[in-house]
Design a protein around this ligand. Structure first.
Ligand code: GDP
Length: 335
């Protein structure tokens, strides 16, 4: 069984830790958001690629949710002493990853090749594919009129509430990364990780050809809600959902994925929304989605795969209707 998971950072990483326990790494391909990528301190940082890689390698700093466990920060501290703004915390080991990426890009290597090299160096057997090799910065517009790169919004400004909109136009212009569309076409199950739907899954869906590939894929597409009990588990998904006019709920996320997903996994405390979600044309499964440890992550991954298998085994049902009626009402996604 070939599984393709669309992934952002922290929420995705927690889920993927469980997916790796539920299926052999050779069957897993992860398509990762690069909308957060940016140059810091002269090196090219790919936050979500690195979080996913470090998590699958078992070396992520679990408490921070990013970076390498036990990493030191001597480089950014020395840069601060020299007068640099160091609001983006980059550990020394993490700096080396970004420096390697920068050098290899300069030598002409592509982001996908470099991601594979970093995976090999960290002993990660699953395939990790950048959504695109073109720069795809995600911008957040605030009510005061300022437009910020997503990392400026999150790390520098502390994710203020005053979001007016999200600009995914760079992703919309970008071609999919090597292997991405082929992996979607060949998949037996496609999962949308419990990631930020607006700034993690949104950019991947915006990349040219990805939504078409999802619509044409023979595999069922199953999403997992990052919103539990009406709030994100971590991060600013509530502010961004409100900023694009979506409801902050499992149902609100399902609405964004209408026409893309055949199935949706929600937390058991949101079970009352199951019927509304099924009315959107998706099978809905309620279970424990709060990934407090690796066992729960594994059980959640198994539930999502089981839902995908159930949908695949049915000849009729929401799958046909959802695929033939692509969602038209999300201005943050291309038509
Ligand atoms: P980011 O790029 O670091 O923000 O990471 P993601 O986009 O992958 O993840 C952010 C989302 O993960 C947030 O909306 C969280 O609510 C969600 N998340 C984090 N931990 C959990 C969890 O244990 N369960 C669920 N269902 N969602 C989670």
């Amino acid at each position: 069984m070939q599984i393709v998971a669309l992934a952002g950072g922290v929420g995705a990483a927690r889920f993927l830790r469980g997916l790796l326990r539920a299926a052999p790494p050779g069957q897993i391909c992860i398509v990762v958001n690069t909308g957060d990528d940016r140059e810091f301190y002269g090196v090219q940082v790919s936050p979500d690629l690195d979080i996913v890689t470090y998590t699958l390698a078992g070396v992520v700093d679990e408490a921070a949710g990013y970076g390498l466990e036990g990493d030191s920060f001597a480089t950014v501290e020395a840069l601060a002493r020299l007068g640099h703004a160091t609001w983006f915390r980059l550990g020394d080991g993490d700096f080396a990853t970004a420096l390697h990426r920068t050098q290899r890009l300069r030598a002409g290597a592509g982001l996908a090749q470099i991601a594979a090299e970093i995976c090999a160096a960290y002993g990660v057997a699953a395939r990790i594919l950048p959504m695109s090799e073109a720069p795809c910065p995600t911008f957040v517009t605030l009510t005061d009129g300022r437009t910020l790169h997503f990392e400026e919004y999150l790390a520098r400004e502390g994710a203020p509430d005053s979001v007016r909109g999200v600009d995914l136009s760079a992703a919309r212009r970008a071609a999919a990364g090597p292997g991405v569309l082929d992996a979607l076409a060949a998949a037996d199950a496609i999962l949308l990780c419990p990631s930020n739907p607006v700034v993690s899954i949104g950019p991947i869906l915006a990349v040219r050809g990805v939504r078409d590939a999802l619509a044409r894929a023979r595999a069922p597409v199953v999403g997992i809600s990052p919103i539990v009990g009406g709030a994100p588990v971590k991060g600013p998904a509530d502010k961004l959902l409100r900023g694009i006019g979506a409801e902050v709920s499992a149902r609100g996320v399902a609405e964004l994925y209408r026409g893309l997903c055949d199935g949706f996994v929600i937390d058991e405390r949101d079970r009352a929304q199951s019927r509304d979600i099924e009315a959107l044309g998706m099978h809905c499964l309620a279970t424990d989605t709060l990934m407090r440890d690796a066992q729960i992550s594994r059980a959640l991954a198994e539930s999502a795969l089981e839902l995908a298998r159930t949908i695949a085994s049915r000849k009729t049902g929401p799958r046909q209707t959802s695929r033939s009626a692509p969602h038209k009402t999300a201005p943050w996604l291309p038509e």
